[in-house]
Design a protein around this ligand. Structure first.
Ligand SMILES: [Zn+2]
Length: 494
C-alpha cells in the first residue's frame, strides 16, 4: 500500500517542510534542540490552517459518502468529462485526441475514456513535459518515491493536493477523532538529525497541532523503550505509523515487557500493507483497533477503512476502471484523476491491483464503493551492525534529495552485515550525477555503520506482483531459509 502517511503524500509533514530546501534542512539539523523544537512548533502552528482547510473540504464532499449509486455515477461522469476535455485541449500528449472533446456531448464518457492509451510511471518519466498542461500556472509538486524505488514527480493544483491530504485526514475522523486529541507519528519524519546516534528523546512534541513526532530512523531496543514510556506518559488518542515501523517498535516493546496504560482509540497505518504477523504483535502491544488507509502519492486514488473493517474508495479523487462495474477492471488498476488539471493522470496504472467488491453494502452506512485490501508486496528492512532496524519507508528518505532525479528504479540490497548495494536503473549521465549524493545520503540513513556501494543496473527484477522489491535483505532471507527458529538475530514471522 503505497504510501504514504497522512500527507501520503509519501513525504510526511516535516520532511515536506525540509526536503524542498536543502539549506533549511541543514539549518534544522545543525540547530540545538530547543531551536528544533521551535521550528517543529512553528510548523505545527502553520498546520492549524491546513487542518481547517481539510475540514472544510471534508464537509464539502460529505454528501458523497451516502449518495445512491446512480448519484455517484453521475458525479464521476461529470468530473471525468472535465478531465478529458481539459487533457485533449491543454496537454500535449493528448492533443491528438482533440476530436474526442465534441464526442463528450453525445457519447458515454466511459466509452470515450477507453479511447485514450493506458499509461504508467515509466511512460510519463520517458517524456514528462508531454504530460504537463500548457501554461500550468502555479501548482504543487508531489514527489513520490513510494516504496517502489521509482521517484516520480506529479504536478498538481493546490486543490488536488489539499483534497488528497484531506481524504487521508478523513480516515482519522472516521476513527473517532475529537477536538483536542493527540496523534503520535511513526512515519519517517526526520526530526532527529542522523548524526545523533542514540538520542535521549527520539521525539518532538508539537503543541499547537497536538502531534508527537517519533524518529523512525533511530529505532533500537533502548530508544524503543523510551518511546514506550513516553507514550504511556503522553497518552495520545492515535498512533499513526508505517506497518514496518510499528512492527519494529512493538517487537522491541514486547521483548521488554512493555505495558500500555492509557486508552488508545486506534492505531492508524498507511504506506505499506499490514501483514498478519505485524498486526498480531501490534494488537498484542497496543490492544486496540487498527485502521488502514490505501492511497497513492500521485493523489489519484485512496481508500480508508471504516469501523466495519471495509476499505471504502474515496470516490472524489479518481475513477478506478471497474468501479461500479463500469469498464473492465485491468491489472494493475487504471485510474483517472477527477480533479487535477495541471498534470492530469488518465488511465494511469499506479502499480497496485485493486479488487472491487461492487456487491458489498457496508453496514457502516456509507455507500462509497468497497474494495478488497490492496496487497502489494512484503518489504524487508535493513539491519545495521549495531542492531538498528531501518524500515523501507525510512530508506526512501535517502532518495528525497533535490539533485537525485530521473532514476527509473532503485533497489537497496543488504548483502551482508556490513554492506548495502544500491542498484539504480538509469542512464549513465544521471547515474554519475546521483551516485555520490546517494552514497552520502544512504550512509547517513544507516548511521555510517554500513558500507554503501551504488551501482548501475540495466534492469531490476520485477516480481509477479508487477513491482520490484525496494528492499532485499539477503541476511534475513538467508536466516529465514535455513532457520529452525534458533540462531537468528531477527524474530521472524512468515
Ligand atoms: Zn463501511
Amino acid at each position: 500500500m503505497e504510501r504514504k502517511p497522512e500527507g501520503p503524500s509519501d513525504i510526511p509533514g516535516v520532511l515536506k517542510m525540509v526536503a524542498g530546501m536543502d539549506a533549511l534542512k541543514n539549518l534544522y539539523n545543525i540547530s540545538p534542540r530547543f531551536l528544533q523544537n521551535l521550528y517543529v512548533n512553528a510548523y505545527g502552528f502553520k498546520n492549524l490552517s491546513r487542518f481547517r482547510k481539510w475540514d472544510e473540504l471534508i464537509r464539502d464532499i460529505e454528501f458523497t459518502e451516502r449518495l445512491a449509486r446512480q448519484g455517484q455515477i453521475e458525479y464521476v461522469k461529470s468530473k471525468l468529462k472535465e478531465t478529458i476535455a481539459n487533457a485533449v485541449t491543454n496537454v500535449p500528449a493528448y492533443k491528438e485526441f482533440s476530436s474526442l472533446k465534441a464526442d463528450l456531448d453525445h457519447r458515454d464518457v466511459f466509452q470515450v475514456l477507453q479511447e485514450l492509451p493506458i499509461v504508467n510511471k515509466e511512460t510519463i518519466i520517458a517524456n514528462p513535459a508531454a504530460y504537463l498542461a500548457d501554461d500550468p500556472g502555479k501548482g504543487v509538486v508531489s514527489k513520490t518515491s513510494g516504496t517502489t524505488g521509482t521517484p516520480f514527480a506529479v504536478h498538481m493544483d493546490r486543490h488536488t493536493f489539499l483534497l488528497g491530504d484531506a481524504l487521508w485526514w478523513r480516515r482519522t475522523r472516521w476513527a473517532g477523532f475529537a477536538k483536542g486529541d493527540w496523534i503520535a507519528r511513526l512515519v519517517g519524519d526526520p526530526v532527529i538529525p542522523l548524526r545523533i546516534k542514540d538520542p535521549a528523546k527520539p521525539w518532538f512534541v508539537s503543541r499547537f497541532d497536538r502531534r508527537i513526532y517519533f524518529s523512525t530512523f533511530h529505532m533500537n531496543p533502548q530508544t524503543a523503550i523510551r518511546i514506550g514510556e513516553f507514550l504511556n506518559q503522553s497518552k495520545p488518542a492515535f498512533i499513526m505509523g508505517y506497518p514496518s515501523s510499528l512492527e519494529i517498535l512493538c517487537n522491541y516493546l514486547k521483548e521488554k515487557g512493555f505495558r500500555k496504560d492509557w486508552n488508545l482509540k486506534s492505531v492508524l497505518f498507511s504506506s505499506e500493507p499490514m501483514h498478519a504477523h505485524q498486526e498480531m504483535v501490534i494488537r498484542e502491544v497496543f490492544h486496540t483497533e487498527i485502521r488502514g488507509l490505501y492511497g497513492s502519492g500521485e493523489k489519484v486514488v485512496s481508500a480508508a477503512q471504516c469501523n466495519q473493517g471495509q476499505y471504502h474508495l474515496s470516490l472524489v479523487d479518481g475513477f478506478v476502471e471497474g468501479q461500479f462495474g463500469i469498464m473492465s477492471p485491468i491489472k494493475p488498476a487504471a485510474i483517472t484523476t477527477l480533479t487535477n488539471k495541471l498534470m492530469p493522470l488518465l488511465r494511469y496504472q499506479v502499480g497496485d491491483e485493486i479488487e472491487m467488491q461492487p456487491a458489498l453494502d457496508c453496514s457502516c452506512g456509507r455507500t462509497l464503493p468497497v474494495i478488497s485490501p490492496v496487497i502489494t508486496k512484503h518489504e524487508d528492512y535493513i539491519v545495521t551492525p549495531s542492531g538498528r532496524k531501518i524500515a523501507p519507508s525510512a530508506v526512501v528518505y535517502a532518495f528525497v534529495h533535490q539533485e537525485i532525479k530521473d532514476i527509473k528504479k532503485g533497489q537497496v540490497v543488504q548483502e551482508d552485515e556490513n554492506t548495502v548495494i544500491v542498484y539504480l536503473e538509469t542512464d549513465q549521465e544521471t547515474f554519475l550525477k546521483s551516485r555520490d549524493l546517494l552514497k552520502e545520503s544512504m550512509t547517513e540513513v544507516f548511521f555510517g555503520e554500513m558500507e554503501v556501494v551504488v551501482v548501475k543496473a540495466d534492469r531490476i527484477d520485477i516480481q509477479k506482483s508487477g513491482k520490484s522489491r525496494f528492499i532485499v535483505n539477503k541476511l534475513r532471507n538467508r536466516f529465514h531459509d535455513v532457520s529452525t527458529g534458533s540462531n537468528t538475530r531477527e524474530p521472524f514471522h512468515q
